[in-house]
Design a protein around this ligand. Structure first.
Ligand code: FAD
Ligand code: MLT
Ligand code: ZN
Length: 461
């Protein structure tokens, strides 16, 4: 630890765990994007809220940039430290602090993994309904900072809906206790909601009080094979009108092929162009019959070509793996990830234009479409082929994304549905937010982080 700043930090925060090994700098300096070379100053791993505050006060005094860091499963470069920043990892602050059975609130430290939260809720006979593939390694703090979505948004909404309170350390080291678990609180601006989705630029989440809810009714999981994108939308409309959906996700033959190559079981013998994984309430005979009727209706219309019904929890997990395994299966290609959002009503118009655009723009690249179609959230992953340089690949993706961003602007969509802007989508923020909005965001940031030490360069410069 030869850098004098670190000696000064250690003196200012006695007992603070600081890591500087090259392997640690690499490990903590990047997220799942793998596009930037990690180069943090060091990794600070506080064990208490007091230590977090002390680190921020020290950074404020010395003008050192901080990158708040959770599980680094982020897909937009938000947790990347490539410019000598101090990574502040919440990893050691990972305890469940308590459960209130009257309020149905679970209070956890920010570094608690999502899956630990889900299990703690289950232990109380309740659920924390936010759910997605990185549940085992992402943290609640990261989920809050990105307003994470996932596969249950269609039923339960984003992370935002489940945050009854949070504690936030601002860019001056001040601790704010926001929301405080109140159901009603009409006393001015709700700063809690500013912090949610702020990608570590307004403060460091150190603690969260989460709303829990009753378990969902027993569900039926279905994998459907479909002939076209149009059919995906037709089946969605038919299912939504007849059933209480718990999830409605889609993927294509290309996505499925990658998942199967990575390990997965294909229940179909034929290759189909599109697939849907859906779950709906099937707690009684009437709901089960409605599910079957919806399926048969779609089959008769020619919107569905084949289907598999999970007969057990294990089989449901296998079907889900075909959808949830995509990110991991594609990781070796370091895909360029679009994470776009449009109103469901605008999907048909948007899709028609976007598909033509992307087919023409990427003839030489493999493009994998999947996502939370029931929320109007599409993941369009462009794979970098072997032999194409990083520079060439990223330049082409940037060019196409600019056109895609224009298209999104025309239909009132967003360049990021759930992954955040981070570093990846900074150049396209103006397609989604007006100049007036961005000016206000900068102003808010300047108030909460006057020296601009919290995650500088993320969302905007
Ligand atoms: P990190 O990656 O560590 O950080 C993300 C951002 O939050 C960064 O800007 C960071 O600075 C900031 N941050 C982290 N912790 C704090 C804190 N305590 N206080 C303030 N700021 C903080 N995302 C979805 O929304 N839906 C999905 O369906 C989904 N599926 C995924 C599946 C896989 C396999 C993978 C790898 C990722 C997936 N993601 C998904 C993306 C990712 O898991 C989420 O964005 C998640 O919320 C990030 O949490 P994290 O703890 O890993 O955050
Ligand atoms: C998903 O829906 O699987 C996630 O958002 C991850 C991804 O986009 O790769
Ligand atoms: Zn997603």
């Amino acid at each position: 630890m030869t850098d004098p700043r670190l000696t000064s930090l250690q003196t200012a925060v006695p007992g603070l765990l600081i890591k500087t090994d090259p392997a640690d700098l690499e490990h903590y300096g990047r997220d799942w994007t793998r596009r930037w070379t990690p180069a943090p100053l060091a990794i600070a791993l506080p064990g208490t809220v007091d230590q977090v505050q002390a680190v921020v006060r020290w950074a404020f005094e010395h003008g050192v940039a901080i990158v708040p860091s959770g599980g680094r499963t982020g897909l937009s470069g938000g947790a990347v430290a490539a410019k000598g920043e101090l990574v502040l990892s919440l990893e050691r602050m990972n305890r469940v602090l308590g459960y209130d059975p009257v309020d149905n609130h679970l209070t956890v430290q920010a570094g608690t993994p999502l899956q630990v939260v889900q299990e703690a809720a289950q232990a109380q006979g309740l659920v924390y309904p936010v759910d997605f593939g990185s549940r085992g390694s992402c943290s609640i703090g990261g989920n809050i900072a990105t307003n994470a979505g996932g596969i249950r948004v269609i039923r339960h909404g984003n992370t935002r809906e489940w945050i009854a309170g949070l504690k936030l350390v601002t860019g001056t080291g001040e601790l704010l206790d926001l929301g405080r678990g109140l159901v009603k609180n009409s006393s001015g601006y709700d700063l809690r909601h500013l912090a949610i989705g702020s990608e570590g630029t307004l403060g460091i989440v150190v603690e969260a009080t989460l709303r829990l809810t009753q378990p969902l009714p027993a569900a039926q999981t279905l994998l459907l094979a479909l002939p076209s994108f149009e059919a995906v939308m037709q089946v969605f409309a038919a299912f939504r009108a007849r059933l209480d959906l718990q999830a409605f996700e889609f993927l294509t033959d290309i996505g499925l092929r990658h998942v199967l190559a990575h390990g997965g079981i294909n229940p179909f013998e034929t290759v189909y162009p599109y697939y849907v994984v859906t779950e709906y309430d099937a707690a009684d005979e009437a709901q089960q019959a409605a599910g079957l009727a919806a399926f048969e209706h779609c089959l008769e219309q020619g919107w569905v070509l084949d289907g598999v019904q999970a007969a057990s929890e294990a089989q449901a997990a296998q079907l889900w793996r075909l959808r949830e395994g995509i990110t991991e299966a594609l990781a070796r290609y370091r895909p360029y990830k679009n994470d776009i959002s449009v109103r469901i009503s605008a999907l048909p118009v948007f899709l028609a234009k976007a598909r033509t655009l992307l087919d023409e723009a990427y003839p030489q690249f493999e493009v994998v479409w999947f996502g939370h179609i029931g929320d109007g959230n599409l993941h369009i992953n462009v794979l970098q082929p072997d032999g194409v340089s990083d520079g060439e690949f990223m330049a082409q993706c940037a060019k196409v994304t600019a056109v895609l961003a224009d298209l999104l602007q025309q239909v009132g969509g967003s360049i990021s549905a759930e992954h955040g802007i981070g570093l990846v989508k900074k150049d396209y923020l103006e397609s989604t937010r007006t100049a007036a909005e961005i000016t206000l965001m900068r102003g808010i940031r300047a108030v909460m982080d006057p020296k601009g030490i919290l995650n500088p360069g993320k969302i905007f410069d």
